[in-house]
Design a protein around this ligand. Structure first.
Ligand SMILES: Cc1cc2nc3c(=O)[nH]c(=O)nc-3n(C[C@H](O)[C@H](O)[C@H](O)COP(=O)(O)O)c2cc1C
Length: 164
């Protein structure tokens, strides 16, 4: 069976949970899926298609997700690649533009710009002084759009089936 990689970079876990949900959907369409932290991905060579997701902090992608794209740029340009990010916080899900470096990498790889799935910040999961402080304020909550995530993952699964 051909294998799909879902790689993610997270600080507080919410991007990992999105990656796992995406993987679960793709897996249910009878693909073999590996979910792995971006920093631990040695090479994307074994994978037929790759999904990469990152948390957004101060408008930036997590550096491990950017490093993964940079390290594997050439190989990724020859595979189907889908990108997503987690953020922003707040009930209104305004699609966030990825930072320039990621948009340029996406263009070179031939992938669409990252899709926005919303973020999560709660007192239980917050890491670090600033995040903990923000998690007590009005930005706190889980704003990830699970319906949007499921639809997007289904679209990927269908494209992979069509490409078989
Ligand atoms: C200090 C801080 C800065 C953030 N900056 C952004 C941002 O620039 N854009 C955005 O969309 N979300 C931003 N967020 C929200 C996070 O992206 C959101 O909480 C995300 O789900 C975190 O992902 P993680 O749990 O995988 O680390 C920020 C959150 C914190 C705590």
């Amino acid at each position: 069976m051909e294998e799909i990689l879902v790689a993610y970079a997270t600080k507080m876990g919410s991007t990992r949970e999105i990656a796992e949900a995406i993987a679960e959907r793709i897996r249910s369409a009878a693909h073999e899926v590996t979910v792995q932290e971006a920093a631990l991905v040695q090479s994307v060579a074994p994978y037929k298609a790759i999904v990469v997701g990152s948390a957004l902090y101060a408008g930036r992608w997590h550096r491990e997700a950017v490093k993964l794209l940079k390290r594997n740029e050439e190989l990724l340009s020859r595979r189907p690649v889908w990108l997503f990010h987690s953020g922003p916080l707040g009930a209104e899900l305004t699609p966030q533009r990825a930072p320039k470096v990621v948009r340029e990498l996406a263009a070179r790889i031939g992938a669409d710009e990252p899709v926005t799935f919303g973020g999560r910040l709660t007192p239980e999961t917050a890491v670090g002084f600033i995040a903990k402080k923000m998690a007590r304020g009005e930005m706190a909550g889980d704003f990830r759009d699970w319906d949007k995530i499921a639809l997007w993952a289904n679209m990927i699964a269908e494209r992979l089936v069509a490409a078989r």
